[in-house]
Design a protein around this ligand. Sequence first.
Ligand SMILES: Cc1cc2nc3c(=O)[nH]c(=O)nc-3n(C[C@H](O)[C@H](O)[C@H](O)COP(=O)(O)OP(=O)(O)OC[C@H]3O[C@@H](n4cnc5c(N)ncnc54)[C@H](O)[C@@H]3O)c2cc1C
Length: 409
Amino acid sequence: MPSPKHIFDAVVVGAGIAGASIVKSLKNNDINNLLVIDKGLSGATQTSAHSEALCHPYIGRGPSRLQRLTFLAFNEARQVWATSWRGNGVFHLPRSQEGFSKEIMGERLLEQGFTPEKAVPLSKKDALAKINVNAGGTYFPEGGWVNIQGACHDVFEALLPSQARWSTEVDVINFENGCWYLQDSSHELIAVTKRLFLANGLGAQRLCESIKIDLPLKPVRGQLSRFRFNHDSSWVEHMPKVALSGKAYCLPPVLVEKDAYEWVIGSTYDEGVDDIDEWDESHLENSALMREMLGLELLSEELKAHSAFVGVRCVANDRLPIIGPVKGYQGLYTLTSLGSRGVMWSALASQMFTEHLAHEITHSAFLDARFFAGARLAAAGLTSDLAGALGAARFLAGASNSKLILPSG
Ligand SMILES: Cc1cc2nc3c(=O)[nH]c(=O)nc-3n(C[C@H](O)[C@H](O)[C@H](O)COP(=O)(O)OP(=O)(O)OC[C@H]3O[C@@H](n4cnc5c(N)ncnc54)[C@H](O)[C@@H]3O)c2cc1C
């Protein structure tokens, strides 16, 4: 039987960036009788133990679903993760320079809603002068990178001791008499709540299986390399002035010792692999991708691997995140499958959950078949089809996608 110490208004399983963004939504709604549970010793010990996560909107050939979602999510990320935001722009290089035209890209950007403050097409010549990269592409002046781990620490270190349970693995969840019961592997009761948020990456798959929800998630290993090179290396002449993205991504190199630069380059993408050991071959792959992206024959031997960040991304089969209430499961919400876009998706989710919870509270009802996005996000372009594309219902047999409630007028 649960005692009062087990009962919470909301429980969040997982203390990575997904869990942190949900805590923000709960606090925005004054839900403070909350509990965060993680099997790690503290927050951000797994994939979110990442201090250099790049963030810029996606550009497609046309205004696709992914393009429209990242356009929105990027603006939210600038606000939600403002205190952990770093950098002064991102230059995005297309996969191939063949056929790249500044004029065509300019038209495409306008069609996708980008103003010149948001995205600027650069020719090879412009890019060499502005970024020190001899290739055409698109410059996002507001782009940058986020210290995800720092952002998580800011959120979890502000919790009271009674609001967090570390070194605790949730093994079983079940729903009885309007409440979710969480147990560990020895069937000890951990918590009871009316609102359960699964924000535990790949771990959400196993917990969902136990309540007959089959989420098609898979692991994708990634390694980010921290290289060092000397001040007399041939790389010095080619150092980009801002972060780059494309076939690979990198931050601008920084001087770390009197005569040595550090250059963060990532990230490999090994589908179906969950090994978090550092691999020499991944360092080689990262340096080769960077040479290829810059179109330069620079010596890889001059880049010495100094350290690495290795993590396992959680990816759904349609590559979109899973965000929102789960249709047919009262009081159950998911935030997983953030893939390679943890910064943007967690921020969008935080804002959507803030609005959704406010709506549930005002109506004293659970809205599991609807995801309330709020007037501001709706006005910014979050339409029903986009919100529907994020819901877990897309994977549930017999359930149509969750509908977004758009405010009238
Ligand atoms: C090499 C690499 C580079 C990347 N680069 C970028 C980038 O440039 N930009 C970007 O936006 N994103 C990037 N990402 C992706 C980003 O890091 C992830 O999307 C994000 O960190 C995922 O956060 P999460 O909270 O979903 O998962 P996690 O951080 O893994 O958190 C899940 C938590 O759940 C806990 N847990 C799991 N199961 C249970 C259970 N049963 N009980 C209790 N606790 C449990 C785990 O201990 C963990 O702490 C990159 C990822 C990698 C690997």
